[in-house]
Design a protein around this ligand. Structure first.
Ligand SMILES: [Zn+2]
Length: 79
């Protein structure tokens, strides 16, 4: 696992998915972005997403953590 992985622009938090933990694959993450008053969570391997006003950012983070805990989708090797 790469500790110095460069995060994409605008990503403010990341959750490693179940797949990421098992395979030590840092591509398997749920990424959080905060833009234009919205907090958006997007799972990179499966495409799951949720969002809310940034005032409710903590709820998006909770959902993202919950999704990451159970997501077994594999990252696209061609992406
Ligand atoms: Zn997922």
């Amino acid at each position: 696992m790469t500790a110095t992985l460069i995060w994409p622009t605008n990503v403010t938090a990341r959750f490693l998915t179940r797949t990421g933990l098992h395979l030590a694959d840092t591509r398997a993450t749920v990424d959080i972005t905060d833009t234009n008053g919205r907090t958006i969570a997007t799972c990179r391997p499966c495409g799951w997403t949720t969002d809310h006003d940034t005032a409710y950012r903590h709820q998006v983070l909770e959902k993202a953590q919950h999704h990451a805990d159970g997501c077994t989708a594999l990252p696209n090797p061609n992406a």
